[in-house]
Design a protein around this ligand. Sequence first.
Ligand SMILES: Cc1cc2nc3c(=O)[nH]c(=O)nc-3n(C[C@H](O)[C@H](O)[C@H](O)COP(=O)(O)OP(=O)(O)OC[C@H]3O[C@@H](n4cnc5c(N)ncnc54)[C@H](O)[C@@H]3O)c2cc1C
Length: 484
Amino acid sequence: MPLDRRIVDEFVGVLGAADVLSDPIKTRTYECDGLTGYRVVPELVLLPRTAEAVAECVKVCARHGVPFVARGAGTGLSGGALPVADGVVIGLNRLNRVLEVDPENRRAVLEPGVTNLEITAAASPFGLYYAPDPSSQQVCTIGGNVAENSGGAHCLKYGFTTNHVLSIEVVLPDGSLVTLGSDSAEQSGPDLRGVFLGSEGTLGITTKITVRLLRTPETMRTLLADFPSVAAGGQVVSDIVSAGIVPAAVEMMDALAIEAAEGATGAGYSLDTPAALVVELDGTAEECDDQFEQVKAICDRHGCTRLHIAGSPEERAAIWRGRKAAFAAVGRISPDYIVQDGVVPRTRLSEVLDKIAEMADDAGLRVANVFHAGDGNLHPLVLYSEADGEVERAEELSSGIAELCVAMGGSLSGEHGIGTDKACSMPTMFGEDDLEAFHRVRTAFDPGDICNPGKLFPTPRLCGERPGKYRPHPLEEQGAIERL
Ligand SMILES: Cc1cc2nc3c(=O)[nH]c(=O)nc-3n(C[C@H](O)[C@H](O)[C@H](O)COP(=O)(O)OP(=O)(O)OC[C@H]3O[C@@H](n4cnc5c(N)ncnc54)[C@H](O)[C@@H]3O)c2cc1C
């Protein structure tokens, strides 16, 4: 049902006509995020320039019960920024200023549309940097990172987004503007900042973020090591951790992922190896030297066939360019792909990878693996061709992999979120009581169910197979849809 003209006029009254997009050619740009298998062209896209304008837009939504979806750069891989039919998308890209870098207190204050990499760019003149580094860091926004509690290669040692955010200013679903958390390290009362981190845009819109900055490490050592099998590489990871070493990053790529990444970047990866590990150590020169010798010895012990040690910042950058380009580069070897994001206990890595290979064979599809091995955070890329009618098989395989991770004692998502993609799988990880508790938190913030509805939590409409007692979808209660 099209939005009432009077409601559209109210948005235009708040933002001005130029910042309200309704032309379907323009709004189509916002029809999906990085999970391109789901698409909904939004009715209206709003592009506010200030937090106050965001709040005014949300007030209009709240007054008329119009659903809204916040959007950063749209790089999300779980369909979190998928528009809601008959709703509006609120794009945050125009709130893109670094408001303050405070080197003495080691923190920065940012608008939500600042990209992840811009934070470190602003901090580096002071010898500081922002640690969480998603592979999409050149484009993804800090607002999206907060919503997804994003991770990255260096989160093994330094922790995820939640460990680096001190406070956030948020527009709640009724349009009020509040601050959660505090710029001092200690605060009293429940940690509502923590509740908001990782809530995938379902509790409100972040309009200002204060993050911690870290000192740029004195030394960094980066190596690229080839192994005769993924299992051998996995064993190296376990042995490094058992030796008491906490590397800044440990990343693994299998042959298919290497083929794609090397083809796209020419970063110097071997094309004839079944598996490669990127290991990075950081700290003082003395610490790094000592740990580096130990890591090299562990690699040798597990049949390392080639060890390339970055000899300059350029060579280090090349190694990371290959790893960070891997997802996008898979487009070179497959017309379509789904990036899965399950977590398993590190000790079960090789068992799970073997099982994934079996499942891929059964489905008649290829799976490339590139992942944060130190965290046990897998990113199997399910390759398929929509033109060849493989969509359904690919989706089934992808969900099967996520559920396998849960069965192995892991989690449905390490960092990409649940979004639209895995809402139906939530009951495999959480019981009815847990889901009920999540629901109560969500409705405490958003009683009208207008803030990114249908994401993260399973609903009967999305998930016919959801176990437990039947609960009508809000659209059923409104009489808009019927249960068949
Ligand atoms: C090539 C590639 C590599 C990637 N690598 C990684 C990785 O290493 N680690 C990782 O964690 N992720 C990774 N991602 C996933 C993605 O980049 C992250 O989830 C990122 O945080 C999304 O940011 P965004 O600005 O694009 O958000 P969007 O995709 O626009 O939105 C993501 C979610 O955040 C919500 N949201 C956005 N802005 C706000 C706001 N201001 N307030 C409230 N809610 C908001 C949206 O509603 C949606 O639910 C990768 C993606 C790609 C395409």
